[in-house]
Design a protein around this ligand. Structure first.
Ligand SMILES: C[S@@+](CC[C@H](N)C(=O)[O-])C[C@H]1O[C@@H](n2cnc3c(N)ncnc32)[C@H](O)[C@@H]1O
Length: 284
């Protein structure tokens, strides 16, 4: 068998032809540029870089002076986060007028921690104890204060109202395909519909907790239309008092009601995970 493989190894070469059609269909829907799509397909077969984010600007770092590669050592005052994740939070933070934020799906804490380095006071919720444990370890190591509560957001009563809410919703994680190649072959319409139902319930509940004039940021690490534009489209049909804000970023692509990370724009850093983000403002 091994001899057979060695003789034919060129025909086993991994390239674009090996990528399932469903995955390509998702890409086609979002990225009209062939250059970007080819880059995404190429990155399926390349090991992604891991990054660490500094607490403060550091002139030795690259890309906005907060990001460094993660080799073997995680430096003190740094935490692990994908560069695309960093771009998302960096470009939406200006929409939050109120520095007190409710992060409803917060663990293991990447986005909460980044927001707190920008001076936000984060109240964090998550329903998973194991993820919360990781979050607590992170903030202990970094010596920062974030109030973390174990709570099922959909099944618990929250009495307060907020001006700033972050919903980094559970999803298929399709946008992390470089780290989790399994997601490529697991695209399943039925599962995506179930995810969308949960995402819709979460956005609905978040909007109910939002004061007039307040901002909800919806994020998923996916680029399937059901979990991204599909969710916000249904929300806008139901809630007539929501405006979608324009984000200024040369590293994202504008689509219906939101933006997708453009991994090609991170080429010189080794690419990025793909996220979708939409900034929803409740009218006064
Ligand atoms: C995409 S991850 C969040 C990642 C996190 N925001 C970060 O930046 O590190 C989604 C999280 O939602 C949590 N989750 C799922 N359903 C939930 C629910 N009903 N209530 C609260 N948290 C939930 C999961 O435990 C998971 O930690």
């Amino acid at each position: 068998m091994l001899r057979e493989f060695l003789r034919k190894q060129d025909s086993f070469k991994l390239d674009e032809r090996n990528i399932p059609k469903l995955f390509k269909d998702c890409c086609n829907k979002i990225y009209s540029s062939k250059k970007i799509r080819s880059y995404i397909y190429e990155s399926v077969f390349n090991k992604p870089n891991s990054y660490q984010i500094s607490f403060k600007n550091n002139e030795n770092n690259f890309y906005k002076q907060r990001v460094a590669f993660l080799d073997n050592n995680l430096k003190a005052d740094y935490f692990v986060q994908d560069i695309g994740n960093f771009e998302i939070i960096n470009s939406i933070k200006e929409f939050y007028n109120d520095k007190e934020i409710l992060d409803v799906c917060a663990a293991p804490g990447g986005k909460s921690i980044l927001l707190s380095t920008y001076g936000f006071m984060v109240e964090a919720l998550d329903k998973s104890q194991s993820q919360i444990d990781k979050f607590k370890q992170n903030i202990k190591r970094l010596n920062i204060d974030i109030k973390i509560t174990k709570k099922d957001f959909l099944n618990s009563k929250i009495n307060s109202k907020y001006n700033s809410i972050l919903l980094d919703a559970p999803c298929s994680a399709l946008g992390t395909f470089r780290r989790n190649p399994d997601v490529i072959s697991k695209i399943d319409r039925k599962r995506l519909k179930i995810n969308q139902d949960i995402q819709l319930k979460m956005v609905d509940k978040s909007l109910n907790l939002l004061n007039n004039g307040g901002v909800l940021v919806y994020i998923v690490c996916s680029f399937h239309s059901f979990e991204t534009m599909g969710v916000i489209d249904k929300i806008l049909q139901k809630h007539k008092n929501i405006n979608i804000e324009d984000i200024q970023s040369d590293k994202m692509i504008k689509k219906e009601n939101g933006y997708f990370i453009n991994p090609y724009s991170f080429k010189e850093y080794g690419g990025a995970d793909i996220f979708y983000v939409s900034v929803l403002r409740k009218q006064q």
